[in-house]
Design a protein around this ligand. Structure first.
Ligand SMILES: O=P(O)(O)O[C@H]1O[C@H](CO)[C@@H](O)[C@H]1O
Ligand SMILES: O=c1cc[nH]c(=O)[nH]1
Length: 241
């Protein structure tokens, strides 16, 4: 169907969860979806479709970074009819109070990426999520007692930077909560296609306090993040019926 996806048109649900890691996608499908079937295996970018409490839902692997995510999200939007997308990712905290095992809901996402080139001419676009999804997720997180933060985030093209972590200090001093590698590009693409987008990330390390979650602990700590994304998606889905 596309150079990167073997699914047929109709194989993806309008609601799609996005994970950088294919093993997280597989775990989400096995743990949360009813009647999940694998719809893409190309390059190991696993995609699944099933249902969650009566809502058709898919989960798609995006790989690492804006260039990789942009391929999968562009094709989901252009070819497969995705309408509401939720990134369920990981991030590094940039503030001392943004601790590991807490969730960051991105209210806006800056970037050091040049992936957009001259798309916006002399302007810098302000990538942001769908306002109603953001509100529903924030309300649900608060109501369920989930340790979470809502605020600005940043997406970097570079994980191992020659300038080290000091490069994040200006972001920290401007209140940016956390860094990942995709959210900014994700919000920009969703805006281009008129789709609804929200990025929810689990803090797995903190750049300044140096706390970090052990790799072995990861899947277990992701559960509340995925539950939050699915609860938000379900509410949005029901409101549209
Ligand atoms: O865990 P995922 O969703 O891949 O997200 C984060 O993890 C990767 C870096 O380790 C980057 O993709 C970053 O955005
Ligand atoms: O991009 C990321 C993701 C998790 N942790 C980080 O420090 N950076």
């Amino acid at each position: 169907m596309t150079p990167h996806n073997e699914a047929q048109v109709g194989d993806y649900a309008p609601t799609v969860l996005l994970s950088g890691d294919p093993l997280r996608s597989e775990w989400i499908a096995e743990t949360f979806l009813e009647k999940a079937r694998c719809v893409n295996r190309i390059r190991g970018a696993l995609g699944y479709t099933g249902s969650y409490r009566g809502m058709p839902v898919s989960v798609q692997t995006t790989g690492i970074g804006i260039p990789s995510l942009s391929i999968y999200v562009h094709e989901l939007l252009e070819t497969y009819g995705a309408k509401a997308l939720f990134r369920v990712g990981t991030c590094g905290g940039l503030q001392d109070h943004v601790r590991i095992r807490e969730v960051v809901i991105s209210q806006a996402a800056g970037t050091d990426s040049c992936a957009d080139g001259r798309t916006f001419g002399d302007f810098r676009f302000a990538p942001s999520p769908d306002f109603s999804l953001l509100g529903m997720a924030a309300d649900h997180a608060k109501g369920s007692g989930l340790a979470h933060h809502v605020g600005p985030t940043a997406s970097s093209d570079v994980f191992y930077h020659s300038a080290g972590d000091e490069r994040f200090r200006p972001l920290r001093s401007h209140g940016v909560l956390a860094v990942d590698m995709e959210t900014s590009g994700f919000y920009t693409l969703a805006a281009r296609f008129g789709a609804r987008a929200l990025s929810i990330c689990m803090v797995v390390d903190n750049i300044f306090t140096h706390d970090a979650i052990a790799e072995s602990e990861r899947q277990a700590v992701f559960r509340p993040m995925v539950e939050l994304a699915l609860a938000t998606a379900s509410k949005a889905f029901r409101l549209e019926q």
